[in-house]
Design a protein around this ligand. Structure first.
Ligand SMILES: C[S@@+](CC[C@H](N)C(=O)[O-])C[C@H]1O[C@@H](n2cnc3c(N)ncnc32)[C@H](O)[C@@H]1O
Length: 294
């Protein structure tokens, strides 16, 4: 019997944003693989989950070249796939770690396709992860969508040209991979007249986190980190959060500058339950009592 290939989303960086399901799967699979750049063998995804992997479980890095050369990528992924297939054929379950979510701009997508074409009956299971842009929106205090709004998620890996295609159709745009071609991306933002409506977020939830809304400062930014994205809101930004994202650390201490963070909205249900569409007394009395009265 073939083993199961699990695609595990480990979230965007903060280890507290790992799902319980990811932890459960990592504790019981026989082998863990993580993608690492061929330039260095560091895997942030592995770092995030390290403490949840039993010490007896083998962990291997699968090197992939940082290139758009499809031939080189194809060769690398064929070799990576063979390593995974070998373990699956031994009947062992395998986890492949990815940052954020495994089906969102992720190396897992290549691996899954390759494994499926190599073993047509392959068993694949995906454990979703919190995406970088969800975490970034939370860090920056910027809503991504409400009501009938449209959100577009595009890659800036080759520049910001796709922005032109989507901006008129979208209320919010998430521009992933805003690092190598940041100057080109910024000139597209400028052309669209959205300089005051964009927020750059780098290393969200990690050491060195940056949240920057000042367009002039963005223009001066040199060599942004690989883990960078932009949120662009057509009707403008609405938050002023600019310090560390999470208000509370594990110990319950404040880690941001509280002055930067809008006061939390008190949930309407905290004091008293209000059920929309049902007359107040019915709620206050309870449905059974009301029915008995009728
Ligand atoms: C290969 S994609 C991985 C996306 C990931 N699968 C997800 O669901 O978010 C890498 C890009 O994700 C974004 N990213 C990932 N982690 C991030 C973080 N902690 N802060 C900001 N951006 C991040 C950056 O745009 C980076 O260039």
């Amino acid at each position: 019997m073939l083993g199961i290939l699990y695609g595990i989303g480990v979230g965007p960086g903060d280890p507290d944003l790992l799902t319980l399901k990811a932890v459960k799967v990592l504790k019981r699979v026989a082998h863990v693989f993580a993608a690492a750049s061929s330039k260095n063998d560091y895997s942030l995804a592995h770092d995030i989950v390290r403490e949840h992997i039993p010490s007896s479980t083998p962990v291997d890095q699968l090197a992939f070249p940082m290139t758009f050369n499809s031939e080189k990528l194809e060769d690398a992924w064929q070799a990576n796939c063979e390593q995974v297939v070998e373990v699956l054929r031994q009947g062992k379950d395998v986890a492949f770690l990815t940052l954020g979510d495994p089906l969102t701009f992720s190396t897992f997508i290549y691996l899954m396709r390759k494994v499926r074409s190599r073993i047509p009956g392959a068993r694949v299971s995906v454990v979703p992860g919190i995406t970088s842009f969800q975490a970034a929106a939370a860090c920056a205090g910027e809503p991504l969508a409400e009501g009938e709004e449209i959100v577009s998620i595009i890659s800036g890996a080759k520049g910001g040209e796709r922005l032109k295609d989507v901006i008129s159709l979208s209320d919010s745009v998430v521009l992933m991979k805003a690092y190598k071609y940041l100057p080109e991306i910024l000139s597209e933002v400028e052309e669209a007249g959205l300089q005051d409506s964009c927020c750059f977020i780098s290393r969200c939830g990690l050491e060195g986190e940056v949240i920057e809304r000042d367009f002039d400062k963005l223009l001066q930014m040199e060599r942004p980190n690989y883990l960078s994205l932009m949120l662009i809101k057509r009707r403008g930004l609405e938050s002023t959060v600019r310090s560390r994202s999470s208000l509370e650390s594990m110990e319950g201490q404040l880690v941001g500058n509280p002055a930067d963070v809008p006061a939390p909205v008190k949930p309407a249900c905290r004091d008293r339950l209000r059920v929309v569409g049902i007359p107040e007394p019915a709620v206050a009395m309870g449905f059974k009592e009301k029915a008995a009265q009728a």
